[in-house]
Each structure stands twice: as C-alpha cells, then as structure tokens.
Design a protein around this ligand. Structure first.
Ligand code: AMP
Length: 285
C-alpha cells in the first residue's frame, strides 16, 4: 500500500503514520527526518539543507525529490510506504507522479487529516506550558509563534495539494479533531473501503503438513497399489459429491426462496387439482 499523509503541523500525522506502519507492514518516509539525519551526518544534502531548515524555509524541490527517489528504491519500501512531509508543494506532487510512473508504482490514497487551526494553537500552547511546569526546556519549534509561521506556509504551499489530489480522486479526508483512537479507526475503515488489506499472518505450516501427507500417501501407493486404487476411487467419488468451486453460491442461487413442499404435500396439491378438473368437466356435461 502506498499512501500520503497530508495535514498541517501538529495534526497527528506522525502518530497515525506510526500506527499504519505496524498495521500494514509498510515504511514511513518522512523527508523532515531524512533531512535532519543528513544535517547530523553533515552530508552534502545536509549541508545544503541546514540553514534553510533552521530558518523554517523549504528545502529546494530537487533536493527532496532526489532523497525520496533514492529512498523508494530501497528494499524495505517495496512492500509499501507512507509519505509524511512530502510532497509539500504542487511541483513536488507533480515530480512524485512522474517518479512513481517511472518506477511503475501506483499511489493508493492521500489521507488528509483535517484539523481546526485554533485548536492546534491551543494544543501547542498547552504542551509548552506543561513542559515549562515540569521544569523542562520547550523545543524551539514548539511555540505558538513558530506554529503560526508554519501554518501560514502550509496554507500557502501545501493546502493546494488537497485540490490536486481531490481532482485525481485520491483524496480521503478524516476529521483529525477526534481522539487518536478514533482517527486510527476511521483511517482503517476508509482504507478497508478502498480495498486495502492488512498483511496476512502466514498459515502455520499448513502447506508443509499437506505436502508431508501427500508424500506419505504416494509412498503407501507404491507399497500397496490395490489399496491406492481403492483410495483413489473413494476420493473421486467424494469429490464428485462435493460442491465444485463456486458451487455453494450457485446452489444458493438455484435454491427457491419459498419452502419446497414435502412429497406428501405435493401429492395433496396434485389431488386437489385433479378433483377441480373433474368437477369442471362434469359441469360442462
Ligand atoms: P518536518 O519535520 O516535516 O516539519 O520538516 C522539517 C523541515 O524540513 C521543514 O521545515 C523543511 O525545512 C524541511 N522539509 C521537510 N520536508 C520538506 C519538503 N517536502 N520540501 C521542502 N522542505 C522540506
């Protein structure tokens, strides 16, 4: 499954992404995290991004598209992924479309977490007050002032993606103001509705057991061909009685909805009909 999580900072994308990766066995690709790692490792990309990130600006499109393209090629992304923090602009979304087309991959859905901005501000202010009350230092980007700036950037640069993906019939909107549990439940529900399935846990040794049984049977057949012939006959008899593939459904369709009268009832019906016919004939005469 390939998803994009869309929503303003503080809307709960990270929390929901964590739950989705566990549920569907896919990876979370967060450009923000990748860039922070590049800055820490002082790679050429990190050196380019460092000052831009510190000022709250957006890293150039070619840089983020490059890191996403490389990341998509890694084996752990083959099972599916959730893009978090990418795309952030329409040109990035267009580049992603081209990239996926080139890699012959299809995007399943874009989940938008819709939240109320004033509630986001309240949330971040409450969190900062709680952190201060514990005597801890408040993160530099976890203040109302920074959030206001980031929200403005989201509205201007990222919100147009809602229209972009809605036009392409990819957008699924979830009310992000519900509790974390409810949001998770709602995302699960809409993904099930578009046919996304959770990975199946492997059936415990069902196949090896069947193979072992068949090996045993063929060994026995070699030892006692007569018994094997008998067993084969019995098996084919059983299979001819058993409903074929889809047979149950076909049978259910064929079965009349009304209760079928028992043979005794049938004969009574037939008898009544015959009596009526005879009475009619007698009248004519
Ligand atoms: P985030 O953790 O998603 O809030 O991202 C942290 C910072 O990384 C942002 O403020 C940007 O400077 C940069 N960044 C992350 N993703 C992108 C992106 N898709 N395009 C441009 N800059 C990005």
């Amino acid at each position: 499954m390939r998803l994009i999580l869309l929503g303003p900072p503080g809307s709960g994308k990270g929390t929901q992404a964590q739950r989705l990766i566990h549920r569907y066995g896919i990876v979370q690709l967060s450009t923000g995290e990748m860039l922070r790692a590049a800055v820490a490792a002082q790679t050429p990309v990190g050196l380019k991004a460092k000052d831009i990130m510190a000022s709250g600006g957006l890293v150039p499109d070619d840089v983020v598209i490059g890191i996403i393209s490389d990341r998509l090629d890694q084996p752990d992304a083959a099972n599916g992924f959730i893009l978090d923090g990418f795309p952030r602009t329409v040109p990035q979304a267009e580049a992603l479309d081209a990239l996926l087309k080139k890699k012959r991959l299809k995007l399943d859905a874009v989940i938008e977490l819709r939240v109320n901005e004033s509630a986001l501000l309240e949330r971040v202010e409450r969190r900062a007050a709680e952190t201060r009350a514990r005597g801890e230092e408040v993160r530099v980007d976890d203040t109302a002032e920074v959030l206001i700036k980031r929200l403005a950037s989201y509205r201007a640069m990222t919100e147009p993606l809602i229209h972009y993906y809605s036009e392409r019939r990819k957008l699924l909107t979830v009310d992000g103001m519900m509790t974390i549990e409810h949001v998770t439940h709602e995302i699960g529900r809409i993904l099930a509705a578009i046919g996304a399935s959770e990975p199946q846990t492997p059936k415990k040794a069902a196949r090896p057991a069947a193979r072992a049984a068949s090996r045993k049977a063929s060994k026995a057949a070699k030892k006692a061909p007569g018994a094997a012939r008998k067993a084969k006959k019995a098996a084919s008899k059983a299979s001819s009685k058993a409903p074929k593939k889809g047979g149950a459904r076909k049978a259910a369709k064929k079965a009349p909805r009304k209760a079928v009268p028992s043979s005794r009832k049938w004969s009574a019906v037939r008898g009544k009909k015959a009596a009526k016919k005879a009475a009619k004939k007698a009248k004519k005469r």
